[in-house]
Design a protein around this ligand. Structure first.
Ligand code: NAD
Ligand code: UDP
Ligand code: UDP
Length: 336
């Protein structure tokens, strides 16, 4: 049977066919800092996006601009419970990421990483669709090598206060690799190094948001320990480009793949840069170093460069300026 343009049924069929040509993507943790930027990038690419989040650390305001979009749908759901939906690919980002949040309810953090991974892998297995895991440089723990390559197994305390996050993410990587080997699942694992930018939660306790908010309020900048520990900071837009490049890559590239900016800074360097950019007169104050706080962190990004053609483009000063502008606006609103 052939439909014409004037045939109602034909129009419906065309619409339906059109809809099925659109990739439907599930993003767990989609109302969080990184998840909401990923939702934006996927919408921009023409996908339908199903954003699943329990709003533990995420916020409706991060996705407010998408709520009326015809290709966007939000579902409040906790990934530790099974999820039966129909999608073409899955990005699994659900998990609190800042130390104060993941240590607030450590049992729930491990459950989110492990049971969340099992449920999302079960979903990917049933649907036979690719699945992406947001892993972390924390799988390297407190590394005893200055540059962390994917082949490094890490130096992780299994029973400390960071373990719920570190070991949860390590177990999730194990599950991803085993579903790949045992069930031939198409998997992609990214190990994210400290990433910052607009939509970070102003009170989530991470160093970039803390320093900027403190500087903007002319309150003391809180340096933990002597401030000589290092981190390598990646701007969110570079990271999201890396996510998409990994998901677009050949099936044989499963990761784990480091994505981060290899330029390394001490926390003192960071504080000085934030003071310079904000023009703030906040003093530096020193407090105790949290237990198991890694002394150094710097990604070896050879794999991302060679296999994905990915390179970070935004350096710290430029990224901080954009982030400072975001927080300056936010602090003028009721969210402050
Ligand atoms: P975030 O806290 O802003 O986002 C996490 C999101 O997951 C939040 O929206 C939260 O509500 C949601 N969530 C938490 N538990 C959930 C559950 N049980 N069910 C459903 N949703 C749940 O943090 P982020 O920085 O956007 O991190 C996103 C992902 O990237 C996390 O998996 C994190 O471990 C990983 N990561 C981030 C960084 C970074 O520097 N930002 C570094 C390494 C890894
Ligand atoms: N699951 C889900 N959605 C699905 C399929 C599975 O949430 O569409 C969950 C379900 O809770 C299941 C888990 O994923 O226990 C793992 O699924 P799998 O098929 O690997 O193992 P099962 O436990 O079913 O033997
Ligand atoms: N940090 C700090 N002051 C703060 C918050 C954090 O000096 O107000 C330090 C923290 O001890 C760590 C580094 O900054 O050494 C990065 O901390 P963050 O929580 O951002 O990330 P992670 O430790 O998970 O890399």
């Amino acid at each position: 049977m052939k439909f014409t343009m004037h045939d109602n049924m034909g129009e419906k069929m065309t619409k339906l066919t059109g809809r099925y040509n659109i990739k439907r993507t599930l993003v767990t943790g989609g109302a969080g800092f990184l998840g909401s930027h990923l939702c934006d990038a996927l919408i921009e690419r023409g996908h339908e996006v199903l954003c699943v989040d329990n709003l533990f650390t995420g916020a409706r305001r991060n996705i407010e601009h998408l709520l009326d979009h015809p290709r966007f749908e939000f579902m409040r759901h906790d990934v530790t419970f099974p999820l039966y939906v129909e999608v073409d690919e899955i990005y699994n980002l659900a998990c609190p990421a800042s130390p104060i949040h993941y240590q607030h309810d450590p049992v729930q953090t491990t459950k989110t990483s492990v049971m969340g991974a099992i449920n999302m892998l079960g979903l990917a297995k049933r649907l036979k669709v690719p699945i992406f895991q947001a892993s972390t440089s924390e799988v390297y723990g407190d590394p005893n090598t200055p540059l962390q390559h994917e082949s490094y197994w890490g130096n992780v305390n299994p029973i400390g206060i960071r373990s719920c996050y570190d070991e949860g993410k390590r177990a999730a990587e194990t599950l991803f690799m085993d579903y790949h080997r045992q069930h031939n699942l198409d998997i992609k694992i990214v190990r994210i190094f400290n990433t910052y930018g607009p939509r970070m939660h102003p009170q989530d306790g991470r160093v970039v948001s803390n320093f900027i908010v403190q500087a903007l309020r002319n309150e003391p900048i809180t340096i933990y320990g002597d401030g000589m520990q290092t981190r390598s900071f990646c701007f969110y837009s570079d990271l999201i480009r890396g996510f998409l490049a990994l998901m677009d890559s050949d099936k044989s590239i499963t990761g784990p793949c480091n994505i981060g900016n290899p330029n390394e800074f001490t926390m003192i360097d960071l504080a000085k840069l934030v003071l310079e950019i904000t023009g703030s007169s906040s003093p530096l104050v020193f407090g105790p170093l949290p237990q198991d706080d890694p002394k150094q962190r710097r990604p070896d990004i050879t794999m991302a460069r060679d296999k994905l053609g990915w390179n970070p483009e935004i350096q710290l000063a430029e990224g901080l300026e954009k982030t400072v502008s975001y927080f300056a606006e936010l602090l003028k609103t009721s969210y402050s």
